[in-house]
Design a binder for this molecule. Structure first.
Ligand code: PEP
Ligand code: MG
Length: 323
């Protein structure tokens, strides 16, 4: 079994009928790059840069970030390195001593970056300077409105201007993408697509915020349902709109790594998955045993179903007979 998985890991990924599918890695640390190579990952779809706070216990300096991103980008080039701007706050790292009653609905992600310009400026400067190979992409976390996107883009452009005036060496050709992880982002997906270069669906939070179920609360874990009809329909809509706009869209939430979800996601039109390295071999195996026509029929059926239970049953039935 293990050797069969390794065999899949070393090859590019195609469905049974020959459609090319791209598999990227979710990483927290530089040390994970060597495993990516082994599993045939095509680059980093999500680097959770807030991990840099962990080792330092505070916001890393521009130079620390520059060195870290430069090394990562150089090791990966020409493969992409998608750096998500610090998603601090919420259930993640605290940047303030103020105790929030509802941290996941509080001061988190882009909200912190907007309110603390120094943190944003240091990170954006470091990324622009580190982009010497042109393979860095920037991902904005926890976007709920167009105002946030406009504001961040304006700040990025001001930071670029400043670097220019300092005659610093940098590369501003850096695609900007948005995490779709709130129902609000799904609702404004067309407007987002008009402003950014790519989308990445963060199902971990999308499930939490759509179903009002804390992703870390054991008491309500049975209600945290990735196959809830509302979640499936939201993902379907985001993929459809992104394809219509000619933009790239991936899923970087844990759902992308679930072998039961893979045929459904393929059937919804997804061709970019970003998952933890250890999930890559199994995911590649599942995708390679799946034909798009069957997956599309499966997806169409699931989009009509009214309950999580029925969707899960349908996916299990498909998995037993088709993968
Ligand atoms: C997500 O929300 O699905 C995601 C990938 O981001 P994180 O798990 O870091 O919140
Ligand atoms: Mg998230």
């Amino acid at each position: 079994m293990a050797s069969r998985l390794t065999e899949f890991a070393e090859k590019d990924t195609y469905t049974k009928c020959g459609k090319r599918v791209h598999i990227y890695s979710n990483i927290d640390f530089k040390e994970e790059l060597s495993v990516m190579e082994k599993y045939g990952s095509e680059g980093v779809g999500l680097y959770r840069s807030e991990s840099l706070f962990v080792s330092r216990g505070k916001a890393p300096s521009e130079e620390e970030q520059y060195n870290y991103y430069k090394d990562l980008a150089a090791c990966l080039a020409p493969k992409p390195l998608t750096i998500r701007l610090f998603d601090v706050g919420g259930d993640k790292l605290l940047v303030s001593s103020y105790k929030e009653q509802n941290p996941n609905l509080g001061w988190r992600g882009i909200r912190v970056l907007i309110d603390v310009p120094d943190i944003l400026e240091n990170q954006v400067r470091a990324m622009l300077r580190a982009n010497v190979h042109g393979n860095i992409k920037m991902l904005l976390p926890m976007i709920a409105s167009m105002e946030e996107v406009f504001l961040i883009k304006r700040r990025i452009s001001e930071i670029s201007q400043k670097l220019k005036s300092e005659r610093a060496l940098f590369n501003e050709a850096l695609p900007i993408g948005v995490m779709v992880e709130m129902p609000a982002a799904v609702e404004i997906v067309d407007e987002l697509l008009a402003e950014v270069d790519f989308l990445s669906v963060g199902t971990n939070d999308l499930i939490q915020y759509t179903l009002a179920v804390d992703r870390n609360n054991d008491v309500v874990q049975d209600l945290y349902r990735k196959f809830h009809p509302a979640i499936i329909r939201m993902i379907a809509r985001v993929i459809k709109r992104a394809k219509h706009a000619g933009s790239s869209v991936s899923i970087c939430g844990e759902m992308a790594a679930d072998p039961l979800a893979a045929p459904l996601l393929l059937g919804l039109g997804l061709d970019e998955f970003s998952v933890v390295n250890s999930s890559i071999p199994e995911l590649k195996k599942t995708i390679s045993s799946c034909a798009i026509q069957d997956a599309e029929q499966l997806a169409a059926r699931c989009l009509e179903l009214p309950t999580t239970e029925k969707i899960e049953q349908t996916l299990k039935h498909f998995s037993v007979h088709n993968t």
